[in-house]
Design a protein around this ligand. Sequence first.
Ligand code: UN1
Length: 484
Amino acid sequence: MAAYKMYIGGEWVGADSYFDTIDPATEKAIARFPLGDRKHVDMAAGAAKDALPGWSRTPPPKRGLILQKAADILRIEKERLGRLVATEMGKVLPEALGDVQEAIDTFEYFAGEGRRLYGHTTTSELKDKFCMTIRRPVGVVGLITPWNFPTAIPAWKLAPALVCGNTVIFKPSSDTPLCAYEMVKVLIKAGVPPGVVNFVTGPASSVGEAIVKHPEIEGLSFTGSKATGEWITKNAGLKKVGLELGGKNPIIVMDDARLDLAVDGILWGAFGTTGQRCTATSRVIAHQKIKPRLLSALVTRARMLRLGPGVQKTSDVGPLINKAAQEKTGKYVGIGINEGAKLLCGGNKPAGRGFFFKPTIFDDVSPDMRIAREEIFGPVLSVIGFDTLDEAIDIANSVEYGLSSSIYTGDIGSAFRAIERIESGITYINSSTIGAEVHLPFGGVKGTGHTREAGIHGLDEFSNIKTIYIDYSGKLQKAQIDVD
Ligand code: UN1
């Protein structure tokens, strides 16, 4: 089995010990990666600091060209990398190809930012004075990425970080280091200079912690669990921190909705990526009048979904990422049953190898149950009934998270009321809770964290706005004082 290395200061670096990355459909190891530690983070921070002056002074359009090249390479490699995502992470091939496409789109979008990176100009309250803002890099930034979008989410962070002139320490999830390694190779091939992107693999307890606490690192961007996000907030000191945490994303289905559309959207949102998106649909809030019809269609269709390895053409739903995820999902099914919810389908893992779990639907869920409030990150859907739109929105807002949300309705007024009142960073109308596009901002409110990634606001995480005053009056002018 191939052993890979870390990439620090333009050199490939090994470690004393290694860990395996596993194909979750077969439970077989596919590659091994170095168990990096604090000393590797130190080396990486030093290399990133040394590379910062050169990279931050490289004209942004030139940095953009390197990102464009990365997009071009990814496009050529899309099929191979898509198969790798399906193998290492487990999602089904069309989604795995989508994961790579999202990375391509992101690099392309931020390549263009090399020729924009807009600040703004404005007026002055004084004569002969000019005021404007520019964007400056944050400095050395640590990027800690999850396994569920093993190419797209690294791209969401790498592309804006690089175009803004930062240098980077990239620590991927230990469940998908091979996809991350491929991303690093693409960037090297695209022309990213040594020291600008440093790649350190290893556990959160050593590598992750060292990045979060490192004094030379000025910025952090993390996607993952709320608990880890809270830990980072407490331990990052005064670093600029971007957090993209969990979700408990609802779809509200009104009695005037097109039920066929709602069923398609719910199944896609709940069981796509085996429920392992932070935008996954984990709650359906259904009008009592249509709930029985909706549920019977959902259960029939959920039972038809075929479980199988991501790379297999006939698979609709791939495995969960690892054994712990499979056990956690099983544990939540037990919790749901104990809380009195009604299990309509699924609820267990199929026989055989692989971390699979059957698409699971619970009815008679009340908003205070744990399965209605806690992020499971697996294929478990909780269905809650309501009578009025106000009640539905209150239920939607009754959780600590606020990432994505959706309403299916034929009434424009209900749609706008939902847009205005649902507490989430994203609201879809007559569409599922998943499938964000890279040129729009992505992020949440409340326990999801308040960072925006992607789109033009994605630049804010990786740049500091600097304010410039240019006084060409030839005398000392005093703002607020020389008012007449
Ligand atoms: C995530 O699950 O962390 O909107 C990101 C979506 C994807 C990104 C999800 N484009 O579902």
